[in-house]
Design a protein around this ligand. Structure first.
Ligand code: ADP
Ligand code: MG
Length: 438
């Protein structure tokens, strides 16, 4: 079953239209989902006994209905207060964890955004229905974007539902080590036997097994054994299977048998949400304006983002000052991560494309569909993607607030056309040259 947090976040939008804004703000917003107790009792914390009693009297049924719709199960709501919770016997034992998984990496701690929406949805579907939804599930994307986190979240979730399942998380490096060791022992059969007993195999960063013949062969065997036995396989990689040129073709094809989803670099809102969550998790007292500044400055990946937050906080502690924007600026002044300052580059691309086609900024940002404007716009979007590695949503924002799917479509169109259209290819090269070298 989904966690209380997730079900509650799905129930809120269902509740809202069923009451006045004032009631919603007054009674619902302050509720905190605590847990789901045996017998599907959904426990919500209220502000006081007065709140508790009123909620119980007037809102129980509407909340229960929304919870049912959100969680696809019948729930009974129980309201409690801070005091009641404190008086509760501390019998809440820690759940047993799955040995190969990191407890931090759960769906609850994974912030959803436009950039990871499909990957998240697919991961959740697999977690809820292992071996039935998509097999294998293949998640790819750049470094530090949350692939390992999401993959492990699937493992945690499955483990929480099926304590008897054998779930193994392994990096492809460790898989390689396993293979090498079995070769040294001259016992490849036991390697295969070990993997064959699994119910779920999570194999991280598959790109690293490429080019190692024995490892590829063993992976091929393990893959076939598990798939034939209808066991769930989840794979991550830095690239789409078709672009994993170092892997044998038969492995590439198999990787794409189930569902392939990607994770994009996070847009600004997601970056900010991740920082807020991290600050909260770590109990860091930090002003929102500092988080905003970090989210603006660091756009390449989430690991960098967290790293920068940590650096700022560590520095503030060191000099014994509160974490202010000034402190953060001084820490991050030398930060020139992979793709910071990308908005500058995005603007530059727009400028160069406008010059090249003799159109104005207004034209390129407008929604006018004539070929005269639409084509350069598509080219600029494509280049922003390729040269700056901006997310689709960021590019959409840069071009008059367009939906990310429009940008995705533009990028695909230009990319596929450039394969056959030599003139377009030349244009792209020329513009790229101008963007890079002025
Ligand atoms: P990858 O495997 O793609 O290189 P990781 O899964 O190791 O990336 O993520 C890097 C860090 O960023 C981890 O600490 C992870 O918890 C965090 N992270 C990534 N995506 C998210 C997200 N959507 N919400 C919260 N934290 C995230
Ligand atoms: Mg990883």
């Amino acid at each position: 079953m989904l966690s209380a947090d997730i079900i509650w976040s799905r129930a809120l939008p269902l509740l809202k239209p069923q009451m006045t804004d004032a009631s919603y703000d007054n009674w619902i917003v302050s509720l905190v989902p605590l847990r789901i107790e045996e017998g599907n009792v959904f426990v919500l914390k209220t502000l006081s006994t007065v709140y508790r009693d009123t909620l119980q009297r007037f809102y129980t049924s509407v909340i229960e209905r929304s919870l049912r719709d959100a969680g696809e199960a019948e729930f009974t709501v129980r309201f409690t207060t801070e005091e009641e919770e404190a008086a509760r016997p501390a019998a809440r034992e820690k759940p047993v964890s799955c040995p190969t998984l990191n407890e931090k990496y759960t769906f609850d701690t994974f912030v959803r955004g436009e950039s990871n929406r499909f990957a998240y949805a697919a991961a959740l579907a697999v977690a809820e229905n292992p071996s039935a939804a998509y097999n294998p599930l293949f998640i790819y994307g750049g470094v530090g974007l949350g692939k390992t986190h999401l993959m492990q979240a699937i493992g945690q979730y499955i483990f929480s539902e099926h304590k008897d399942y054998k779930i193994l998380y392994i990096t492809s490096e460790n898989f390689t080590n396993d293979v090498v060791a079995s070769i040294e022992r001259k016992d490849r059969a036991s390697l295969r036997a070990k993997y064959r007993t699994l119910d779920v195999l999570l194999i991280d960063d598959i790109q690293f097994i490429g080019g190692r013949e024995a490892t590829e062969l063993e992976f091929f065997n393990v893959f076939n054994d598990l798939r034939d036995a209808n066991k769930q396989i989840i794979i991550t990689s830095d690239k789409h299977p078709k672009d994993l040129q170092t892997l044998e073709a038969r492995i590439r094809t198999r990787c794409a048998w189930g569902l392939v989803v990607d994770i994009q670099p996070p847009d600004y809102e997601t970056r900010l949400a991740i920082l807020r969550r991290k600050a909260q998790e770590d109990g860091i007292d930090i002003k929102d304006e500092v988080l905003t500044m970090i989210a603006e400055r660091v756009s390449s990946n989430i690991r960098e983002l967290e790293g920068c937050l940590n650096r700022v906080v560590a520095y503030a502690r060191f000099v014994n000052k509160p974490v202010t924007v000034t402190v953060a600026e001084s820490v991050l002044k030398d930060y020139v991560g992979g793709t910071s300052h990308r908005s500058v580059n995005g603007e530059l691309i727009k400028q160069v494309v406008c010059d090249y086609y003799g159109i104005t900024y207004k034209d390129i940002e407008s929604s006018r569909r004539d070929h005269r404007f639409a084509y350069p716009r598509q080219i600029a979007m494509y280049l922003a993607r390729v040269l700056v590695d901006s997310s689709y949503q960021e590019i959409g924002d840069m071009f008059g607030g367009r939906h990310y799917s429009t940008v995705m479509h533009a990028c695909e169109t230009i990319e596929s056309r450039a394969q056959t259209d030599a003139k377009l290819k030349k244009t792209l090269d020329d513009i790229t040259e101008k963007v890079k070298n002025g």
